[in-house]
Structure formats: C-alpha cells, structure tokens
Design a protein around this ligand. Sequence first.
Ligand code: RFL
Ligand code: PHB
Length: 390
Amino acid sequence: MKTKVGIIGGGPSGLLLSQLLDLQGIDNIVLEKHSREYVLGRIRAGVLEHGFAELMREAQCGERMDAEGEIHEGFYIAEGGEKRRVDLDGHTGGNSVVVYGQTELTRDLYDARAKMDGKVIHNVEDVTLHNLKGDAPHITYREGDNIIRIDCDYIIGADGFHGVSRKSIPKDVLKEHEKIYPFGWLGVLSRTKPVSPELIYAKSDRGFALCSLRSQVLSRYYIQVPMSDTVEDWSDDAFWTELKARLPKEVAEGLETGQSIEKSIAPLRSFVAEPMRYGNLFLAGDAAHIVPPTGARGLNSAASDIYYLYHALLDHYKNDDDTGLENYSEKALARVWKAQRFSWWMTSLLHTFPENNAYDNRLQQTDMEYLFSSKAALTSLAENYVGLPF
Ligand code: RFL
Ligand code: PHB
C-alpha cells in the first residue's frame, strides 16, 4: 500500500489528524492496535478547551459536541468545609471550556471517518517503523500470517504512551523527562445526577477528590488513592463513603449515589520526550507527553500537537513550504511544557503528599490562600485552564 501520511494510533489524536487531512484531500491511513469497541470503552477525559472545540468543528465533527456538550464558565475549589468559585469567564475575558467526554468525541471522529470512507485499519499487530531517516519511510504490520507494508512520505506516531513510535527513536537522540507520583486516581462513572452543575476540585486531609460529569444524568467522580490500592479494594459503598468524607458537608449531603458502571485506577505521571520529530517521524499526543489529569490538559495538549502538525502538513502539500514541519518539535514542546507546569502546579496544590513535612504543608496552604486573595493568581489559573493560545 502507499499513502502520503501513515498514522499510528486510532485514539483522538490520530483520528482527528486523519479527518482534517482527508478534508483537504491529503491521503492517509490510520493503523489501530485494538478494535473500535475497545477504544471507545476507555473512559478518560471530559474537559475540552475552546481551541480544541474549534478544531473539532473545523474537522466537521462538532455537531453533537455543540448539541450535547456543556459550556462551563467556571469551576469550584473546595477546602476546609467550603467551596470557592473560579470564574473562568470573568478572568479570561469571556473564555470557557466544553464538558464533553473523550468517548463521545472519539465516537464522533470514528463516525466521521466512516462517512468519508477513511482508511482506519483495526487490530493490527507488530507495527514496525522503517527507514525513518531515509527517503523511503514505511510501516509494516501483521494481519494473520501476512506482513503488510505501507510506504508513506511521513509517519505520525499518535499511539499513546505505550505505543511503538517513540520507542523507534534511538536512545541517544531521545531525551525523556519523567516524574511519577506515589498515588493514582480511582475513577467511578455512575448514572446519577451530578452533585454540582460545575466541577468541584476538593482538597482535604484525607486526599484529593474531584466531582465531574458527562451529562446531567451521568456523573464522573475521582478520589486520590495510594498506588498500592486495586479496584477490588474499593466496593461502591466504600468509594461513596470516602468521596463524601473529602467534600464539604453541604456538598456531601446532596450527593446522589448509585451503582458504578465503570471503575478504574489511573496512575499520576508527568512525562515529556524530546524532540518530537526524528527524520520523517512526528510524535503527537500521549506518545510524546503525559500529564497528571488534575489540570485537564492531556487531551487538550494532544489537540494542540495536531493543530501544529495539520498546518505543517498542509503547508508542505499545498504551499511547498516546510517551515512548519521543521519547527514542529520546538513549537509543540513550548506549549507542552507550559501544560506540564500547570498540571504539576494544580496537582501540587490539591493533593495530599505522603512525603511532605509540616513546612511543605504550610507552603501548600499558603499557595491556596494566595490564589484566592490575588486577582493575578486567579487569572493565571483561569488562562491556563481554558487553554493557552495555539
Ligand atoms: P490515546 O488515547 O492513548 O490513543 C492512542 C491509540 O494508539 C493505539 N496504539 C497502537 N496502535 C497501533 N500500533 C501500536 N503499536 C499501538 N500502540 C497503541 C492505542 O490502542 C490507542 O487507541 O492517545 P492520544 O490519541 O494521544 O490521546 C490522548 C488522550 O487520550 C489523553 O491525553 C487524555 O485522556 C488524558 N486525560 C485528560 N485529558 C484532558 O485534556 N482533559 C481531561 O479531563 C482528562 N482527563 C485523562 C483524564 C486521562 C485519564 N487517564 C485514564 C489516563 C482522566 C483520566 C482518568
Ligand atoms: C473528567 O471528567 O474525567 C475529568 C475532568 C477534569 C479533570 C480530569 C478529569 O481535571
């Protein structure tokens, strides 16, 4: 097979790029390790920045997001029995975020790809990248007993943190930066009315908790747990009891509980691989960087990579201009590191750190007091949360 752009990974990054390129007549193929059902079964992000929502519209995938997604102009930070609102709209001159689940967004992208007869090949095995520095880059994969070869101009590694693309870059070229937190988030999805119309990030002595939602009948809650915990350690009852204990009393009293329909533990990790380009391979999304979910940046950082890559490829194929491709890594990383900083800061502000001493805890407390006493600090939080410009 032959194509212009070979995309590895059929998550949101790969599908969005595929759709945008196809709309411009740029031929591409997506290779996905798992089935569509498996990809759609993963419950992940819920908060989209304005720029991402715009990109979905540009990809002609924004209709259901605009109809069913909720615009949020603020969120709450709870601590010590009270909750205080962060006015995103007010502090950013009218900006907001869209609450729309990654599952739904990925479904929309798959539907759009199917409608355009896009080439998305599922259940591929043994994906291997070849000749990345040469003039004949290609990908091979196995389908049963057959090895299939795809020749392409460029390869996009959008295959997530555990994918093969990043690992195809020689170790002496790639610099990896990593921070692993000693705790994770236990997440529960339940068909219950959300406790609050806007998200609540709660700091408590028992650990962090987050009240989020997917719709007015579907709630998503998280609690900080030690990495040694397993899902089996947490019955639904134990989860609801612990969540309530971490929320202000008036919030806990209004919490509707019910059976969980999904329960999983996500580790908290920060990771950046530099550079994001090696020859004809370009990394995008979780393949190149991971953030702890506290700042809701992960999927949004993936979207900004895709924005830069899409425009770089467009310039290459339509205007014979390679500046965007040449600058991709540097430009993407500049924004990626700002998302890293913000995610690290929000994580530090809100979680309980087992290794902290009394001094560290007082600093954390002071950080919170300063935040709500300073318009500049709240503005900084708000402008990062709604997303820095692409
Ligand atoms: P994905 O979604 O991991 O997709 C990569 C795809 O590549 C496939 N793959 C391969 N395909 C072919 N060959 C191989 N060798 C392959 N290896 C892997 C995989 O099967 C998969 O389908 O990466 P992508 O597209 O870059 O998207 C990134 C986002 O998924 C991720 O950043 C977010 O989910 C992070 N995240 C959040 N981000 C936000 O912006 N806002 C949020 O509110 C938010 N909340 C979250 C989150 C992530 C979480 N978890 C579970 C890590 C909440 C949680 C709990
Ligand atoms: C979610 O709804 O899954 C969610 C929302 C905000 C975050 C992380 C996750 O910061």
